[in-house]
Design a protein around this ligand. Sequence first.
Ligand SMILES: [Zn+2]
Length: 331
Amino acid sequence: MPIKTTIKRASGWIYLNSPVGRRQLHGAGLILMLHRVLADDRAAELPHRNELCVGPLAFERLLRWLRQHFDCLPLLDLLQGHGGNRPRVALTFDDGWRDNALHAFPLLAKYQVPASIFLSTDYIGSRQRFWWESLGETLWGSHGEAPRHLLIEQLRRVGRPLPAAYFMNEAPRARSLALARYLQSLKTLAPQALHLLTDACPPESLPQALDWQQVRQLEDSGLISFGPHGASHALLPGLDDRRLEEELLRSHRALLNGCRNPLPVYCYPNGDHDLRVRQRLAAHRYPWALSTRAGLCQDSDDPLALPRIGVSQRNASRPSLLAWRISRGGH
Ligand SMILES: [Zn+2]
């Protein structure tokens, strides 16, 4: 293990066990942000998946560690200031991936750790796909060579050729890292262009998103709550007034329809928000909203722009690294 990692892990451990760390965490709340729990830790370790995916072994290790050091609360309890003497944490999952039911829930139930899942409601019960997942996996070769080459060609035609590092690296890690950076750069493409590219990818054999029956079953467990994460996952600040209103209403109504008790908490797609978006949410009577800004929740935070700390395969499998990030306010 690199010496830097060892030092980070040691200082993370010291922080959690020191009076200063305990004091800092005591008044605050920690909201963790996850996306997917895959069936396999090796698959989750590749850089192009690492930020959004954790494997089951890493996730279980994280849950055991959280139970040891924190009061694991439902998100709403944390936001309302409930909790005991220990530092408080709430788990959140973005997007509404099917693997949340298949791989995350059994472990959450085993350790009795509550969680909230934020749904991009157009995807629930549909076979519609998220562009970064479809493009990423097709370019990784998960669907075979022919579709991979076709997509490479199409990306070249829209003026976004893949970088040399993607073609030249035989080593899976280096290749995956090049792919991760490239996918990040595609975020600036117009939504319509991203739709067309996603449509050019081969369909998955199984739906990737939860369906409404799964949502209700998870909610009935008493351990999982649901809230909105946009309808189409469009980035809200980029929408005109009419489309912004449509996104907020459609996602709000879908949750009211599909759940018994949806959360009064909005979760911004990609964490993106601005004053206009926050004002519209307030008008729709959402008291809280989650961003992706890294940090601990303090009383002084704008309740419509609450920070979270992201969980990756890397820090879930080494929770003292997560403690190190927490000690630095999420950075
Ligand atoms: Zn998302």
